[in-house]
Design a binder for this molecule. Sequence first.
Ligand code: 5AD
Ligand code: SF4
Length: 483
Amino acid sequence: MEQSVTTERSASLASETAEAASPRDKKVFVKTYGCQMNVYDSQRMADALAADGYRPTEMIEDADLVLLNTCHIREKAAEKVYSELGRIRVLKEERARHGRETVIGVAGCVAQAEGREILRRAPMVDLVIGPQTYHRLPAVVQRVRTGEKIVETDYAIEDKFEHLPAPERTSVRSRGVTAFLTVQEGCDKFCTFCVVPYTRGAEISRPVAQIVAEAERLAEAGVREVTLLGQNVNAWHGEGPGGSEWGLGRLLFRLAEIPGLDRLRYTTSHPRDMDDELIEAHRDLPELMPYLHLPVQAGSDRILKAMNRRHTVADYLRLIHRIRAARPDIAMSGDFIVGFPGETEEDFQETLRLVREVNYAQAFSFKYSPRPGTPGAEMENQVPEPVKDERLQRLQALLAEQQSGFAQSLVGAEIDLLLEKPGREPNQLVGRSPWLQPVIVDEKAGKIGDIVRVTITRAGSHSLFGETVRNVATLQATEEESV
Ligand code: 5AD
Ligand code: SF4
């Protein structure tokens, strides 16, 4: 249930009423922090507000409603929000001097975790809304505009997916040829370092029919690559036609049948939920890109146990062996935490050993950040900051070496590229390799949305460079004609 903190009308609101701007003229600026699920949620919030006449703007100074969609995963991520709110306060005051109201909202996981505390630390915030209640956002904004301050962080009983409007064809098109699609939310795993089970709540899976309908709508609007999202995406399960139980593998087989969806991805996975059917999907589905983000977090069984990961290093390696046997060109990606409480140099050496054994194409690594309310924060033997810093540096040097080794290994190879957007230079286009690397090609390679075959000529520090061999779509058409 929402709570009204104050019902005083603010001065800026009074001048807004005097200005009597029509709600149709309103603009919303959404800034997104953190994971891809927040990117998806931000789009859906914008969709929900569009129905109330809010148009998105890229210019924060023009915005009548500023929403920060926040991340609480590490302390640094949460603190960034407060510094941004400091800058926005100045903006709000400046706009108020010109008689323009600015509603400021904090959404996402900081909103969920800190709730009312946000209003105490940043009193110019008007609304605080947690991730489970975004479908109520338009109503909340309307109430805020009559002078209330609202904190809305209760878990909704109703399914938020049911209530959020479907993305419009036009708005989907303007977002390009790749899209995220949330299929699962929340987590029941309770790793001892992680806030997600507290901020995103218990694990829920979206029903098959809803997912298929959204994927079809995306494909109709010209999206060619869909990334299925979930904090624990491979724990997704649903009821298929006839009451059969589906896992993520089965869902991927179904989505691959949708005309126009040429590429499928999913993230983020837990090693314990990689089942046989999902591995078969990697073996049998050309649409499923050969890239797997499978966080392990640490390479020492002792630390994995303290983290409550409920798998060993040997389990993880066996799993990767099976996945690579099914799909030999798969690129592995992972997440690592250094300096979890009790981690010794020997434990850390085991993490380096695991990294050498797996050889990652991509990885994300973090210093352990104690999060209030999680068991890890209460543990003794917290590792001193300078030790964490030094371990992170060593780990990142090794991971960077592997990442650039992988990129270099592609020089001279022919690969398929989905052209996504214009490049930085006027005559360039940027596409993505099957392994998620940006690849820069000449604009003559094709048009955005085409899949083209290119030869990789060079690997830079962040992107690859390619020369077109042919446009795969055109090639397929000519092959069909000549049959
Ligand atoms: N400290 C550091 N890193 C963390 N992650 C999650 N919680 C913490 C924390 N408290 C990392 C994990 C996870 C990724 C999304 O963020 O590696 O997989
Ligand atoms: Fe956090 Fe662990 Fe759940 Fe991942 S599996 S969201 S790290 S608790």
